[in-house]
Design a protein around this ligand. Structure first.
Ligand code: SF4
Length: 479
């Protein structure tokens, strides 16, 4: 049984008190639901006696008022409360249907709304109280499909009555097993003992020579570079355009796609275009909240989440069709990746979250920075015990801290990053903090590479890409 964070100790905004009570009493609601379901089915022949114009608004109004009171229900029209520990996922500011995201704060509160407890931590907490966990496996582990937004405001009860469904929780369509990828990164991850990828934050310019020059030092020592997609919610040159330049220059870029900025129409079109332009590797991200970036007034999209994005791209590749079923002439040959956060405050939940991403289609995992090998080991022991390292290649995220001040800023401002005090103190005392940051990074690399199941490293050297070569050489990974 997973050990769950207690909703009882949560910091609860007044508006969320009943919602929190419902999560704490998820077993009660489960019993109610089990009693209510046959009644709905029983009511089916009766409601057909009345005109739809009468029954629909009436049922919708009753459902809305009850569920809004107890669950802060948003009437998405595809209710999954019985699979999410009675915590409505539509209260997540990123509308994640397969959560939590990687940005949960150290106190269990939301990355986007710091005064609200993460609804997905509540969901796991509620799910642990429900009997369906013991009887049928964890329903919260069910991979949810992209939400049909045209159902917004409609009654899920009527769906159950009309379709005689046994549960409104939809599951991701299971598609055929993936073919081996022709991506060079796939080949290296399968043939090399340590594969290196690095994060590239390209300059905002229209000059291709500057874009290629900026990546040069990374390309010399790494097997592939990730090009960020509006990292941190900030406006930058697109990942697609920079990856295209890199692919045309004979490199093997990893294009990042964030669900924050585009809906499923734009994402599928962009991914297909990327494949046509020679890009094979795609890293799927839910994306940081808008509030963290330079355009807090922008509209966050979050039509998909990381898992439903993975499923969408996998369907395009393996089934040769868009999510609508419309066929694709010459399907893309994507090598699909996803992210993980080994420092997540609930490692058990994080492992299950990655398992879902792998089930959805992730073939490689690149992690957020992890500055503490002991914390990493706790997470990775669970991860390998689950056999996930055999299902997707795992690259640990590392990077140099330029100073104690920079480390403190990262810890306070980048969601999901934890940096131990001892490490910041070590930097503070150092004569040359930049050099000390590189030494720490090399020591972390050595510690991680001693662990079985690590396929490589993902190096993130924000604003100091020139240090990647030194780190790699000092760690003895390249000459
Ligand atoms: S922390 Fe992430 S998953 Fe949790 S409620 Fe906030 S945005 Fe949603």
């Amino acid at each position: 049984m997973l050990k769950m964070a207690s909703a009882d100790t949560a910091i609860i905004a007044p508006v969320g008190r009943l919602r929190s009570w419902s999560v704490r009493h998820a077993r009660f609601w489960e019993i109610m639901y089990q009693m209510f379901l046959p009644l709905l089915r029983f009511a089916r022949p009766i409601i057909t006696l009345f005109p739809d114009a009468f029954i629909r608004p009436l049922t919708t109004a009753v459902e809305r008022s009850l569920k809004a009171t107890f669950f802060d229900c948003n009437m998405c029209g595809d209710c999954v409360l019985s699979s999410t520990g009675m915590s409505c996922p539509m209260n997540c500011p990123k509308s994640i249907r397969n959560g939590p995201c990687g940005g949960v704060r150290e106190n269990g509160n939301c990355e986007v709304e710091p005064d609200m407890r993460c609804v997905w931590l509540d969901a796991w907490s509620g799910a642990a109280k429900m009997q369906n966990a013991a009887k049928n496996g964890w329903q919260i582990n069910t991979l949810q499909t992209p939400l049909d937004r045209s159902l917004d405001g409609q009654s899920s009860w009527l769906t159950v009555m009309n379709e005689n469904a046994h549960d409104t929780a939809a599951t991701q369509k299971v598609v055929s097993p993936s073919k081996p990828s022709t991506s060079p990164l796939f080949k290296k991850l399968n043939e090399q003992s340590v594969t290196l990828t690095a994060e590239y934050n390209p300059p905002d310019t229209t000059d291709p020579s500057k874009i290629l020059a900026g990546a040069q030092s990374l390309l010399e020592v790494c097997d592939a570079v990730n090009v960020v997609d509006g990292a941190g919610g900030n406006t930058h040159i697109s990942s697609l355009s920079v990856c295209t330049l890199l692919a045309q220059a004979g490199h093997d870029p990893v294009m990042q796609i964030s669900c924050r900025d585009k809906n499923r129409i734009a994402i599928q079109g962009e991914a297909l275009g990327a494949a046509a332009l020679g890009i094979k590797n795609i890293l799927c991200l839910t994306g940081d909240g808008i509030n963290a970036g330079d355009q807090p007034g922008a509209k966050p999209v979050f039509d998909l989440d990381c898992s439903t994005l993975l499923g969408t791209l996998k369907t395009m590749r393996d089934e040769g069709q868009f999510t609508t079923g419309k066929p694709i002439d010459t399907p893309p040959d994507f090598y699909l990746g996803a992210t993980a956060n080994p420092s997540a405050i609930e490692p058990e939940i994080e492992v299950e979250r990655i398992a879902k991403k792998i089930e959805a289609g992730a073939q490689f995992i690149q992690t957020q920075f992890c500055f503490d090998p002991e914390v990493f080991q706790l997470f990775f022991d669970r991860y390998t015990a689950r056999g996930l390292h055999e299902q997707a290649k795992f690259l640990v995220g590392v990077g140099p801290l330029s100073s104690a001040k920079a480390g403190l800023w990262m810890r306070n401002n980048i969601a999901g990053i934890r940096i131990p005090d001892s490490l910041l103190e070590r930097l503070e005392k150092a004569h040359d903090q930049k050099a000390e940051g590189i030494s720490i990074c090399v020591e972390l690399i050595e510690a991680y590479l001693k662990m079985d199941g690590i396929a490589g490293l993902h190096i993130m050297a924000f604003q100091q890409p020139d240090k990647v070569t030194e780190i790699v050489r000092r760690a003895g990974l390249r000459t």
